[in-house]
Ligand binder design. Sequence first.
Ligand code: SAM
Length: 241
Amino acid sequence: MTNTCIKSTPDKAEYINQMFNMIAPKYDLLNLLMTFGMHYKWKEDAIKLGLKEFQSPKNALDVCTGTGDLAILLKKYSPETEVTCIDNSKNMIELAEKKFNNLKLKNISLITKDFEASTFKQESFNFISIGFGLRNLINKEKSTERIFNLLNKNGVFVCIDLGYPTNKFWQSIYFTYFFNTIPKLGEVIAKNKDAYTYLPNSLKTWLKQEELKSLLLKTGFKKCYFKNIFGGIVAIHIAVK
Ligand SMILES: C[S@@+](CC[C@H](N)C(=O)[O-])C[C@H]1O[C@@H](n2cnc3c(N)ncnc32)[C@H](O)[C@@H]1O
């Protein structure tokens, strides 16, 4: 694998897939640096919040699993849950597999596939999580609908992703860091400025916390709320079918 820049391609899905394959070896390190080590705690909060709504789910799906953090946390707090992980980046999946093996996790499986083209049986999961992934999916409405259909009645959807800080002062500090520092970090650490320019740019078209909540309620979830983290730079949405 090389760290060359991503070639411009008309296919956004293919572009995103290439990008994650390229940055995979440095993904965990960059997450650690970019969030000053806080991302794992945020993910832990997301899983714990979801499990408050549905304790010890029999089976769960982690969408856009990446290197597997959310799945690992789910196994930590609900060891009996059978977890399926899906991601279309082969290199991310390989790293997740290594982590699962090192931790000797049982009843956890990995699928390398585009979630938007997946064919899981309807109503077959009690718990679905997605971490920093929905923003990258091409059709967010169809994907939330897909997630809704895959859940059983009373099933829980946990989404953790970037948010928009409400405080204008905090927002300006954050945007300066996000749009200037992060691409530089990506250039130095992952040797890939393109990918870490895509990251802040993806925020420009991403839903605000209230908008995502509205989308989830419109999709059919009977209950939805969100918790802002770090002044709203990250948000956890919990939705119950
Ligand atoms: C920002 S990473 C998040 C990884 C992990 N969930 C985390 O919280 O650290 C986004 C992940 O979504 C995956 N992804 C993007 N589009 C996808 C798709 N259509 N189907 C499956 N996975 C996808 C990428 O390969 C990448 O691993």
